[in-house]
Ligand binder design. Sequence first.
Ligand code: UDP
Length: 381
Amino acid sequence: MANYIKTINTGDSYDIVIVGAGISGITLAERYASIGKKVLIIEKRDHIGGNCHDFINEAGILVSKYGPHYFHTNDEEVWKYVNRFSQWHHYEHRVIGHNHGKSFPIPVNRITINTAFDLNLKNEQEVEQWITAHKIPIADPQNAEEAVLARMGKELYELIFKGYTTKQWGVDPRDLGTEVTDRIPFRTNDDDRYFTDTYQGVPLHGYTKLCEALVDNPLIDIIFSTDWNQYKDQLSSIKKLFFTGKIDQYFSEKYGSLEYRSLQFEFETLDQEWYQQYAQENYPSLEIPYTRIVEYKHSTGQTHPHTTISREYSTSEGEPYYPVPSERNKVLYEKYRYAAMELEKQNIFFVGRLANYKYFNMDQAFRNALDLFDTVENGAK
Ligand code: UDP
């Protein structure tokens, strides 16, 4: 077991101090403890796992505190790594959307187009023809709206992306980078899986248990509910520091604040076995205030006579979830990145989604931390 400590003895000499107990922080802790280093993790919240923290709620159902996480990867090494710490429940994510009085698979495939527009396109070729006739010729899309229009046209943009993206980000899709909507593929076949990666699933007993297993080493001390700033000047003997929090906060926002989009969840436990057909159902319409409804048991595989759902609302206040890829933020982040690079000479490293100001999928977070460890310790690229 890791040592869950209540106070930091600043006289203790740690080889490694890690700020944040999310995926990036605990992966680095695991790697360093495995080579005999003494590690301290300082976590602001009162739990492990960052935004993938899950727990059994009062009804006995496994739910995610900060929204669902579906693991998917083509990275064999990362898949092997995470399998060392947990058994996995095979789960392939599927999503349906509801809008304009219709229900259809997301990402767009042949069935989406036929259902949404009352068509009968019979094969991939007919879908290609439909798309060619509808997509808008934009040679070099400059924002999230143009990116969708260029790939699939106005009808699908208005059905699936316009309202959802506006609600999710609180700005016009024209003010967001193309990478926001480019995450969502477009298919001409009938594949209705959200991800097509080789390895997909969720940890059999949840992400919190997976995270606990990663730090299961007596060389690791963890302290919760503690602000790193309190100890910043006292932990003078630290050999290496890994910071996984907000990069602008590390530098006391000296160049200005980066924007982060947050989420709020409205949980409801119902006296029925199932609420909806899929783990996730999206509501792109602006008339509905939430973006999606998630029903956890579909993905965890749990059997239970009751069910818990959560409605998801996007906000600008609260825990940071998503870096907002606007022009302003990109320029600002470059300044912080440069300042962060300078600190590497003093063995201070910035790692993870908040420190890199980049929306990582979970496998990318593991990969990023594993690569950083290799680079720092072995000089690998
Ligand atoms: N998106 C959308 N409609 C949908 C699903 C996604 O417009 O039904 C857009 C939206 O801008 C979202 C982005 O695509 O932020 C990425 O979606 P993804 O499902 O990857 O978001 P996440 O699950 O990471 O919040």
